[in-house]
Design a protein around this ligand. Structure first.
Ligand code: CS2
Length: 493
């Protein structure tokens, strides 16, 4: 079999082996600027949009992908060499792979090299949506102060050098300022990150920054920019070197960075697009008036579930999420957490069969072909716990509900932050707050409560007596008996 490098020129040969875009990419206009073109954007929004572009009436919704951070140069270079094309490898539960070449990213820019081009693109009249996948930590929200973090050195840099920004806030502000001064129409800023009320959060954070950087712009934003909330879902592990090799073996396609994901996908969006939007509902997205219950369900069951399996699994010494959930003690622990501690906090979920949702989650976590890395799941836990797990704890404490398993997971995270699993192997902590986590973890070996003193993560949780009690009991028990034995004991109670 002859091998082909993935690019526009080779697309017709590749089409004999893999489904490729049927639309003429040269006729597609850019209607969306997307910031953050890692795996998740490419398995989700870019995938939906690729399907949409197959309809000849939808030529205006191509994507310009922005690589924002210095270390995003690799993805930028890959897209640049492959004319924006990449392979999406969907790993089915039965081990089959469904491959598809995605063509919706028709332009790409590397912000650190060309900030002005990025600002101009965001400000261009044909662009109707600026969408974001900047991760939970990217919103610059401080849990302790419940406000935008102006102490972040990157934010201070952006305030000082508005024309060469480094953060999303600097870019958006300059782009919106241009739109206003040129008398252009408004635009939608759409978050695709795992945050409760991600649209509200984006709006609040953008307005906080603008209030300081360009106070004259605040009113214009209030009336010309919309920030829809959305729930996004598709498990997208990091691409493994083997995925690249297998694609060459099975299809003869050289793709330097294919994206791997599960078959399941979900996108529930509030219909609030001030400048118009693609008909994503024709390719499976759901538009609703109020996305909150869906978001809450997803964050506190799927994402929290991931963190539970990740942190406990890491301590036991597992590498992937499916290993963790195939341990029956861990699976039961997670099941109980979902049923006893999370479910009472979810309120009314009209039209959703929660029982089915929870069962299907355990199946998705168990997909042995996905090999979702525990490393990936545990990374940036300091930004994840406040969104995925703490809201459940706070709601349960308020209602005097059970928090045993949640407190256990927080205790496990404190021990995880010491950087060793139970066999003594090193755990690499990838977290923006790693120095603080490590220092507090160390202090906790003498005084377990010390870990809860990280206010930026835990807010005032350390003041809750019942929580501190459950947490301390769990902490001491894990050190004494190990995660598996403790989980077994908890499940029996
Ligand atoms: C994961 C998410 O990083 C995480 O903690 O839970 O990336 C998860 O895979 C996605 O939210 C799935 O939709």
């Amino acid at each position: 079999m002859k091998n082909y490098k993935l690019n526009s020129e080779n697309l017709s040969y590749i089409s004999e082996r893999i489904t490729v875009p049927q639309y003429d990419r040269t006729t597609i206009k850019t209607g969306i600027v997307h910031v953050g073109i890692g795996g998740f954007h490419r398995s989700h929004e870019a995938f939906y949009t690729d399907q949409l572009l197959e309809d000849p009436d939808n030529k205006d919704w191509g994507i310009c992908g922005i690589a924002l951070l210095d270390f995003d140069s690799r993805i930028y270079n890959t897209l640049n060499e492959q004319d924006g094309l990449y392979t999406l490898i969907v790993k089915e539960l039965d081990g089959r792979h469904t491959n598809r070449i995605i063509g919706s990213i028709v332009e790409y820019l590397y912000a650190p090299e060309n900030p002005i081009a990025v600002i101009e693109k965001m400000a261009s009249p044909e662009v109707k949506i600026i969408s974001l996948t900047i991760t939970e930590g990217g919103y610059n929200y401080n849990e302790a102060t419940k406000a935008f973090d102006f102490n972040n050195p990157l934010i201070q840099h952006d305030l000082e050098f508005p024309n060469a920004p480094k953060t999303i806030f600097g870019y958006i502000t300059q782009a919106l300022k241009l739109r206003q001064s040129r008398g252009l129409k408004g635009v939608t800023v759409q978050s695709c990150d795992n945050i409760q009320g991600n649209g509200h959060m984006t709006k609040t954070m953008v307005l906080s920054y603008v209030g300081k950087a360009e106070p004259g712009l605040v009113d214009w934003i209030e009336s010309n920019v919309s920030f829809p909330n959305a729930m996004v879902d598709r498990i997208t592990p990091a691409t493994a070197p083997l995925d690249i090799v297998n694609l060459i073996k099975t299809d003869g396609v050289h793709d330097a960075w294919p994206v791997v994901c599960e078959p399941f996908k979900q996108w529930v969006i509030e219909d609030d697009f001030i400048a118009g939007r693609p008909a994503w509902e024709t390719v499976g997205a759901q538009f609703v008036d109020n996305v909150e219950p869906y978001e809450k369900m997803k964050l506190s069951l799927l994402n929290a579930g991931h963190s539970v399996l990740g942190i406990l699994g890491a301590l036991i010494g597992y590498n992937t999420i499916d290993q963790s959930v195939s341990n029956p003690n861990i699976a039961t622990f997670l099941h109980n957490y979902m049923d006893v501690e999370v479910t009472p906090t979810l309120g009314d979920l009209e039209g959703i069969d929660l029982g089915n949702y929870k069962t299907s989650l355990l199946e998705r976590f168990g997909n042995i072909n996905i090999k979702d890395q525990i490393d990936r799941i545990c990374s940036e836990s300091s930004a994840k716990f406040p969104i995925f797990i703490l809201p459940t704890i706070n709601a349960q404490l308020e209602d005097k509900g059970d928090i045993t398993n949640a407190a256990f997971v927080v205790a496990a995270w404190a021990i995880y932050s010491l950087g060793k699993d139970e066999k003594g192997n090193t755990l690499i902590i990838k977290d923006a707050m790693q120095p603080v986590l490590s220092a507090k973890a160390l202090e906790s070996t003498k005084n377990p409560e010390a870990f809860l003193e990280i206010d930026a993560v835990f807010g005032s949780l350390k003041d809750s007596k019942p929580f501190v009690e459950a947490y301390t009991t769990a902490y001491n028990a894990i050190l004494k008996h190990g995660v598996e034995q403790c989980v077994f004991d908890l499940n029996a109670n």
